[in-house]
Design a protein around this ligand. Structure first.
Ligand SMILES: Cc1ncc(COP(=O)(O)O)c(C=O)c1O
Length: 407
């Protein structure tokens, strides 16, 4: 977070870094982000409630979402949310209605989410900036300009524009192009409607290294590129907006490590490869759905061995799989050939979109999260529990067994 903020600040005098809390909304992580001077991007009332519970003032949060409920919007406004990123015309009308009923929106500002129409090079399930997307107002078909006009006509406190083209971007070209398109749009809106853009947010998306061949750009270079393309497009227009970014993954993925205990190791005949060895662990799909969702890869290592005796240095290809009732294939990796029951393995770069995407599938309680706090220079550091392991009672706490069905 410190490095990203410093890199961004070095490019332009008026910047704002938001932490996209969907990546990991553990209260401790939210509190750290806020204490480092980041704003918090929330994509739901639940994420806003988490930020508030972490002690983040609502005015330091921005609300996203392509299908926000009226109650969700109202709650955010009542709390004094800093910014709402408006996604569609219906939402604009809802906000206008709330504003009329309350005599204004207080200090809440609005930005319009735009679909700039660029195709990022990433997994299709995490691409959001193309024209064919459920998010935002399309620039090319005129929706974005009509939305701006509507805001002005309704007297809503619009301050600027937002886009987010996709996640895990290893090739930043789409992000560069989006910054430029956003900037050009802002200039056109000044020419056509006299609108002075005060805020331009180019979203998140910087990729991280999950494995061999992943070579994300250095954050300093990335910030330079994004700032240059956006500022280049507004040059000479007289506009002087705050530039914002809202990364999630790039801030937290590499800070996270998942520990699994190996249960069963089983070798079976397999077409084409002769034998496959399955290493089953005490987790899987429910704590990390990303391999199943988008075939994500991760670095995996053994960190402790249950048996004593000489450790082998030979490695073999194994399929690490989870305990859920799908194939639940997690990682195709090479592990020490004597990997066995009781060994602990660590999966690196699991700080983003793991805990926050975890479920109770198969009625497994969600795992605990431990924060390793950096010590003062030369100190030892400290491990603190920041999310306890879910209790069995919590797993059934929402259940209501109707009378007559209870035995
Ligand atoms: C609107 C928005 N902003 C920011 C992010 C964060 O993206 P990333 O974690 O890739 O930085 C996302 C991710 O889906 C998003 O949808």
């Amino acid at each position: 977070m410190r490095r990203y903020l410093a890199a961004f600040r070095a490019c332009y005098e008026s910047v704002e870094l938001n932490y996209a809390s969907k990546a990991n909304s553990t209260l401790a992580v939210l509190a750290i982000a806020a204490s480092e001077g980041l704003m918090i991007d929330v994509a739901s009332e639940g994420e806003l409630r988490a930020a508030l519970a972490a002690g983040v003032p609502a005015e330091r949060c921005h609300l996203h979402g392509n299908n926000k409920g009226r109650d969700e919007i109202l709650f955010a406004i009542e709390q004094g949310i800093g910014q709402i990123v408006v996604d569609h015309f219906g939402e604009l009308e809802t906000i206008a209605e709330i504003s009329a009923a309350r005599g204004g929106l207080g200090d809440t500002e609005l930005v319009l989410r735009l679909a700039p129409g660029v195709d990022p090079i990433t997994h299709e399930k995490i691409s959001t900036g193309q024209a064919d997307t459920k998010f935002g107002f399309n620039i090319a078909d005129g929706s974005a300009e009509r939305a701006l006009r509507r805001c002005l006509d309704l007297g809503l406190p619009l301050v600027g524009f937002h886009c987010h083209v996709g996640s895990q971007l290893l090739d930043p070209e789409a992000q560069r192009a989006a910054g430029e398109l956003l900037g050009r749009f802002a200039v056109r809106m000044k020419q056509h409607h006299g609108f002075e853009t005060r805020h331009l947010n180019v979203g998140g998306g910087l990729g991280v290294a999950y494995g061999e061949g992943d070579e994300p750009m250095e954050v300093e270079e990335y910030c330079r590129l994004v700032v240059q393309s956006t500022l280049g497009a507004i040059q000479g227009s007289g506009l002087k907006p705050t530039l914002a970014q809202e990364p999630g993954r790039a801030l937290v993925a590499e800070s996270g490590v998942t520990l699994y205990r190996v249960g069963v190791v089983k070798s079976v005949p397999a077409n084409g490869i002769g034998t496959r060895t399955y290493v089953s662990v005490d987790g899987g799909l429910a704590d990390n759905p990303r391999p199943a969702l988008y075939g994500s890869r991760y670095p995996v290592e053994r960190v402790s061995r249950a048996t004593s005796g000489t450790e082998t240095h030979a490695r073999r290809a194994v399929t690490v799989c989870g305990r859920h009732c799908e194939a639940d294939t997690l990682f195709e990796v090479r592990l020490p050939a004597d990997i066995g029951p009781g060994d602990l393995i660590q999966v690196l770069a699991t700080g983003a979109y793991n805990a926050s995407m975890a479920s109770n599938y198969n009625r497994y309680p969600r795992p605990a999260t431990v924060l390793i706090r950096e010590a003062d220079p030369g100190g030892e550091g400290e491990a603190v529990l920041v999310q306890r392991r879910e209790a069995w009672e919590e797993m059934l706490a929402r259940e209501i067994l109707p009378e007559g069905l209870a035995r």
